[in-house]
Each structure stands twice: as C-alpha cells, then as structure tokens.
Design a protein around this ligand. Structure first.
Ligand code: TXA
Ligand code: MG
Length: 355
C-alpha cells in the first residue's frame, strides 16, 4: 500500500476506493486523515467503527474549494469569505449550518457541519479526482496520538483501510483550528494550526471556548460541550505522562527532581525543549535512567507542533516507564500544543513558579 503511495497508481486506487464506499488514509498538512465519501452513510459509519470512535463525536468534511462547499451548507456567514481568502487551503475548520445533503451520521446529529479545505497536494488531488466531499477524522485509533507519518497510520489502522496514500511527514503536525461561525462572536472550539491571534487579526473579535484552555478536572470541563471531541482523553501515549508547567527559571530543576523520583521505578523519558536540553547537559546527573528527547525549541513553537505526536509515539517505543514533558506558554501556537499535552497527561500536571 504505502509503497504505491504518492504515485498515480495509488491515487487512482484511492479514488476508486472512495467511490466504492471504502476507507482511504491520506496526508493533509496537519495530520493524516481517515477518509470516506461524506455523502455515503454506510461508509461514514465504517470510519467510526475503524477508529473505535464514539458516535456523538462529529467529523470534519474536506472539500477542495469554497465553491465545493456551497451545497453542504444552508447559509455561509459573510466572514467566511474573508477567512477563506486568508486561510484556505489551510489548517482552519469552520462550523456552519448544514444542508440536508449532509447525513446526520457525519455531524453526530448536530444541525451544523465542520468543513475545511486542506493544504496538501495529495489531499487536494484526491478531493478533485473523486468530485466528492470527504469526511475524515485523524487516522489514529481513538485516544491515541494523531498520525503525522504514514507509518503511524500503518501501526494503528493497517487492516482497516483500503488504500494508504503516503505523503511523507506532515508539515504543521497539529490538527486544524475548529472555529464556530454560528455563535454571535466567532469562537475557537479547538485551538490548532491557525492561531486565535491570526483569526482576530482578520475578524476583529474572536472568543476562545473555555474548554480549549481548560485543565482536565477544571470546572470548565463540566460546562456544556460545544465541540464534542474535546471531552475525551486524547492524544495519549500508552505510557503515563506528567506535564510540568511554569516559568523557565523553575521548570527544569522541577523536571529533574520529578525525574529522579520516578527513576526509582524504571527508565524515565524526558521530552524537553532544546533550551532545556542545554540546561540538563550542564548538570551533573546520573542519566543512565533517563531517556532525553528534544521537544523542539521554545523560541519556535512550530518545531514543537511538527514533532510532538511522533515524539509521544517514540517514547512508547523507547520502553520508558514514565514520561515527563516540559510545558510551554499557552499562547499563539502554544495554546494548541498545551491543549494536546494537557489531554495527553490526563490531569497529571505539575505547576512550578509563576506560569
Ligand atoms: O486537522 C484536522 O482537523 C484533521 C485532518 C484530518 O483534517 N482532522 C481532525 O478530525 O482532527 P477529528 O475528527 O480528529 O477532530 C474533529 C474535531 C472534533 O473535536 C469534533 O468534535 C469537532 O471537530 N467537530 C466536528 N464537527 C463539529 C460540529 N458540527 N460542531 C462542533 N465541533 C465539531
Ligand atoms: Mg482526532
């Protein structure tokens, strides 16, 4: 499958499979998607089955252009044009009122539908060639880190897909931003590749749903759920994770202390920034029980976004007993990164100093 990838043969097989109601895994600029014909109810149901995904968590519908979304919506808010001009193709998903053409199973019974135009040549070629809207969640098993390489899809989904198109590692590495355009003020339901700051520059005012910033266990977690996907533990490696949040002066010593405590129980994986790695190298520590890996640079959060899911999977493969991760400031792209890491940590968050 993967070897045929990116070739015309692979694309032709993928087009045939989508038209026949089968599942195709394909690359986007964010993460790999598990796609089916969005207008074919049975095909969409098989996405939920393949992922082990709860039926109340709606899917994103992918289209190749704004024109191609017209028949899927009843009305397009005026700001959609501005957003599309600025961010499409790209990592922005908009939630808008759905037309009757979109089956209920896609939207989990909601009267709105989430739509985006992905910025990846393979995804766009697939959408153009099928002439169909493609419903696609991330191509991981429910709860696991999202796939940013074809090998990740292979590991989670090999027996579930008719065709896997290999487009190499994805560029953004985190899922799209989900923006609700049916609210009085456009609201970010899931932070992602397009930042709230970038959206505000185009729209003026943007709200962030409190759950996007919430820590598991917060009061916000008990508010009504507007983006159903946000209520599940997510993005998690198999190994338990502790996330450390706080200012740089305090964060690395705190990580070191935690690592020493946990190392009594076996190998400890440390996912720390490049800056943190420099600090660790200057300490005199017995690192035989530490597996240190780069998270990316604090100065360049896009490097962290690109590598984070692969790093979580690598930690599992390294056979560590516990993973400790260095948190970063939760603004800009950092908001999306921290949203995912807090969920991966499932509530095991350690605060140090002033955040
Ligand atoms: O980058 C991405 O968005 C990737 C690629 C494949 O496009 N897709 C993705 O899909 O991350 P998924 O299914 O893993 O996440 C979709 C999110 C979920 O949080 C879901 O609850 C939310 O979008 N969503 C979908 N339809 C919605 C709707 N009508 N209203 C509110 N939230 C919705
Ligand atoms: Mg997902």
């Amino acid at each position: 499958m993967a070897d045929k990838a990116s070739s015309q043969v692979g694309l032709a097989a993928a087009v045939k499979a989508i038209k026949a109601g089968k599942l195709v895994a394909f690359p986007t600029e964010t993460v790999y998607g598990l796609g089916a014909n969005a207008l074919n109810e049975a095909a969409v149901r098989s996405i939920f089955a393949a992922k082990g995904r709860p039926a109340d968590n709606p899917l994103i519908v992918h289209v190749p252009s704004v024109t191609a979304m017209q028949s899927l919506v009843t009305s397009a808010p005026p700001m959609l044009e501005k957003l599309a001009a600025q961010f499409w193709p790209g990592p922005l998903t908009v939630v808008v009122p759905k037309s009757t053409l979109v089956p209920q199973v896609v939207t989990a019974g909601l009267e709105t539908v989430a739509i985006r135009v992905p910025n990846h040549p393979v995804a766009l070629a697939l959408l153009e060639a099928t002439g169909l809207p493609i419903a696609a969640p991330s191509a991981n098993r429910s709860g696991r880190p999202s796939p940013t390489q074809a090998a990740h899809v292979q590991a989670d989904m090999a027996d579930k897909v008719a065709v896997l198109l290999d487009g190499g590692p994805t560029g953004v590495g985190l899922e799209s931003t989900v923006l609700d355009l049916t609210a009085a003020i456009p609201t970010v339901l899931r932070p992602g590749g397009v930042t709230a700051e970038q959206l505000a520059a185009v729209l003026g005012k943007v709200e962030i749903d409190p759950r996007a910033n919430a820590l598991p266990g917060d009061k916000q977690e008990n508010r009504p759920v507007r983006s159903p996907g946000m209520k599940y533990t997510h993005y998690a490696p198999r190994t338990p994770v502790t996330l450390v949040e706080g200012n740089t002066a305090a964060i690395w010593p705190a990580i070191l202390q935690l690592a020493q405590e946990h190392s009594k129980n076996g190998l400890v994986g440390l996912l720390v920034s490049d800056e943190g790695q420099c600090w660790f190298m200057q300490q005199t520590i017995d690192d035989s029980l530490l597996h240190i890996q780069s998270l990316g640079s604090r100065q360049h959060p896009e490097t962290i976004a690109r590598a984070i899911y692969a790093s979580l999977r690598q930690m599992d493969e390294a056979g560590v007993a516990h993973i400790i991760i260095e948190g970063i400031p939760a603004h800009g792209l950092g908001l999306a990164i921290m949203n995912r890491l807090r969920r991966a940590a499932g509530g095991h968050i350690h605060f140090v100093g002033e955040a």
